[in-house]
Design a protein around this ligand. Structure first.
Ligand code: KG4
Ligand code: ZN
Length: 340
């Protein structure tokens, strides 16, 4: 039972193979960072066109890495949303064409469920139930996870996603796209306490977030930043405010649910300062903390292949059309039915 998965929701084209014998057999990724860098952000039409040229060679190479032939595949999964609709359709159409030729089914996968379950690909995966903090370029979510497909959204950002706040702040500091990792590198050279920013929405109860005010607070201090040292100090102040806010809300979610495991996933989960702070807090509280490996925090097809394999019982006929949607709530997912 081998599932090939295609991820193309934004600016990475990725392919992976997962099966019941070896688990993750192979995964490959092509990033479009260089393509979008000169525009300072993802240009949707360029993204779709690039996915189109990359996806078939990536499928061939990943299958070769896995030591499999097309005929060995029993299903094709693809990211069906949320994401850029044109980009999603490239992955969906490729999956449907492949499945049609092979006479197998297609499995639409929710991108954020992929991020949420990415830690399951690690050697000592977390056990249910757990709280998941999902922090990416498009989403900031705290989710109560009771089992596969049994998700309750506990809190979310009311405005900018945390990755978006990193990217916009990086832009204000004149850093190149993608801003998050560049800002984190700069912040590592900065001094603590030189710039202090608010920890939004931590002074009132609840698990929702808001990051647009923080970005504005940074913007008002930009004129003071006239040298590299000051830029690093400001980046540090921003990163401290964001990571403190995330830690405070995670602690609240653990307290509210009574769960003893926290999973952190999504691109911002690669942030080392966040890992450090949550690690210290979790150790002190006796909470189990689980992260995917760094490469599986950001977009990848391994996580889509894992979900596709879990949801292989939901495979549809490729002739029935391609389901893809730019918006899709995790709360709308059905629990995973047991597969034979
Ligand atoms: O999950 P992801 O690869 O794509 C989406 O589904 O959005 O997340 C990308 C986001 C971007 O906003 C990027 O700047 C941010 O994750 N990011 C980081 C770091 N690495 C990636 N933010 C802060 N620190 C990092 N080290
Ligand atoms: Zn993502």
């Amino acid at each position: 039972m081998s599932i090939l998965a295609i991820e193309s929701s934004c600016d990475e084209t990725a392919v992976a193979v997962y099966d019941d014998m070896a688990g993750l057999r192979a995964h490959r990724l092509h990033t479009q960072i260089a393509l979008h860098a000169e525009y300072g952000g993802v240009v949707p039409e360029l993204a779709s066109r690039d996915h189109l040229t990359r996806v078939v060679p990536l499928v061939r190479d990943t299958l070769a890495d896995a030591g499999l032939d097309f005929a060995d595949l029993s299903g094709v999964a693809y990211t069906a949303g949320p994401g850029l609709i044109g980009a999603l359709m490239v992955g969906g159409a490729t999956a449907a064409g492949l499945a049609q030729a092979l006479g197998c089914g297609i499995v639409p996968v929710h991108h954020m469920e992929g991020h949420l379950l990415a830690p399951m690909l690690e050697p000592d995966p977390p056990a249910f139930p757990f709280v998941a903090l999902l922090v990416s370029g498009g989403h900031t979510l705290l989710v109560g996870v009771e089992g596969l497909g049994r998700y309750t959204v506990l809190g979310q950002s009311l405005d900018d996603a945390v990755g978006e706040a990193f990217d916009k702040t990086a832009k204000l500091l004149g850093l190149p796209y993608p801003g998050g990792p560049a800002l984190a590198r700069l912040a590592a050279q900065g001094r603590d306490g030189v710039f202090r920013f608010p920890r939004p929405m931590t002074d009132r109860p609840g698990l929702d977030f808001s990051f647009s005010g923080l970005k504005t607070a940074v913007a008002t201090r930009i004129p003071e930043v006239l040298c590299d040292t000051a830029r690093a100090d400001l980046a540090r102040g921003f990163e401290e405010a964001v990571t403190d806010t995330l830690r405070i809300k995670c602690a609240r979610a653990i307290e509210a649910t009574g769960y003893r495991t926290l999973v952190v996933a999504g691109g911002v989960g690669a942030n080392l300062r966040l890992r450090e702070k949550l690690g210290a807090w979790a150790m002190q509280q006796g909470v189990r903390l689980a992260f995917p490996r760094q490469a599986f925090c950001t977009d990848n097809a391994a996580m889509i292949a894992y979900v596709g394999w879990q949801r292989r019982g939901e495979a549809r006929s490729p002739a029935a059309g391609i389901f893809a949607t730019p918006r899709w709530s995790l709360a709308d997912l059905a629990p995973v039915a047991a597969c034979a």
